[in-house]
Design a protein around this ligand. Structure first.
Ligand code: NAP
Length: 280
């Protein structure tokens, strides 16, 4: 008798979680690769995170993604944390190992760097200074990704300056904290500008930064994907910069997680892009 291919479950734990586009992405890949399985929404309240994670192996899950507010709290409930996730200080992917133990990883930094490479294949992290605006959870993944890709100089600025200073201390001499009021001039001779704040997101005001010092060859990226073109990207595009929105980061962070659960490294096809864009 032929053995049936295993049915695999994965999902996204968050609270709230209804806004997540991850089910659209992963279920598209499950269908594309004719796999047996499903990727589901897992609305889990913060006080139930430990029980929900511990339930994954017994429910037959291959793993899950984590989103707000669980990325940091989950560090204490998994059995193994890979060194990159430990450095970033957050987990976005949990893998159920063969022995039922839970491994925590972080694929957000990979997703960010890959989104730059997809937009500009000859992009190099050491091509010039990078300006990173924001010092929240996403900034930590972006910093780790840039440093591990070979960035030499990263200028980090944040509305609450102490957080930028703390991150500069933590991530080492590549990262220099810049005062918030100096953020406009800090763009001089930068080869990359990235917005990791929520400013420019749907419902939020535009990011308050002037681009006049930024060299025209600089790549400008925003990790926000709703809207796909933030006021920052629109202003940069109008100046002639190559711009990268946050959709590439979202899609690329999902690829290694899918591979870990389903055994196939999926691609970002025009069909997937169209399917996800239609939901934004
Ligand atoms: P977070 O940890 O809450 O950090 C928010 C950041 O925004 C902080 O640096 C904060 O500065 C800054 N900020 C908030 N209001 C501001 C204002 N009025 N003026 C200037 N700065 C302000 O959030 P996060 O998890 O890092 O997420 C940040 C953004 O990234 C969100 O829009 C999220 O959707 C997006 N994101 C995208 C992806 C993707 O895959 N594309 C992945 C993760 C996150 P203070 O420290 O001064 O408060």
């Amino acid at each position: 008798m032929a053995t049936e291919r295993p049915y695999r479950l994965a999902g996204i734990m968050g609270w709230p979680v209804a806004h997540s586009r991850s089910p659209v992405i992963h279920n598209h890949w499950i269908a594309e690769h004719q796999l047996r399985g499903a990727y589901v929404m897992l609305p889990v309240q913060p006080e139930h995170l430990k029980q929900a994670l511990r339930g994954l192996p017994v429910l037959g899950f291959a793993g899950c993604n984590l989103t707000i507010p669980h990325k940091v709290a989950a560090l204490q409930w998994v059995d193994h944390v890979d060194p990159l996730a430990r450095r970033i200080g957050a987990i976005n992917t949990v893998v159920v190992e063969a022995d039922g133990s839970l491994s925590g990883r972080n694929t957000d930094g990979f997703g960010y760097i890959q989104s730059l490479r997809d937009a500009q294949p000859n992009w190099r992290a050491h091509a010039g200074a990078a300006a990173v605006i924001g010092a929240g959870g996403a900034a930590r993944a972006v910093l780790a990704g840039l440093i591990d890709s070979g960035a030499n100089t990263i200028r980090l600025t944040n509305r609450s300056g102490a957080k930028a200073h703390d991150l500069a201390q933590e991530f080492g001499p590549t990262v220099q904290a810049i005062a918030w009021e100096d953020r406009h001039d800090a763009l001089a001779d930068c080869a990359l500008l990235v917005n990791t704040t929520n400013q420019g997101m749907h419902g939020e005001p535009p990011l308050d930064v002037r681009l006049d010092q930024l060299p025209l060859h600089a790549l400008v990226s925003d990790i926000i994907y709703v809207p796909m073109e933030t006021p920052l990207l629109a202003a940069a595009r109008a100046r002639g910069h190559t711009v990268v929105n946050g959709l590439g980061m979202l899609l690329n962070q999902a690829r290694p997680a899918f591979e870990a659960w389903f055994g196939v490294l999926p691609n970002i096809t025009p069909e997937l892009l169209a399917t996800v864009t239609a939901t934004l």
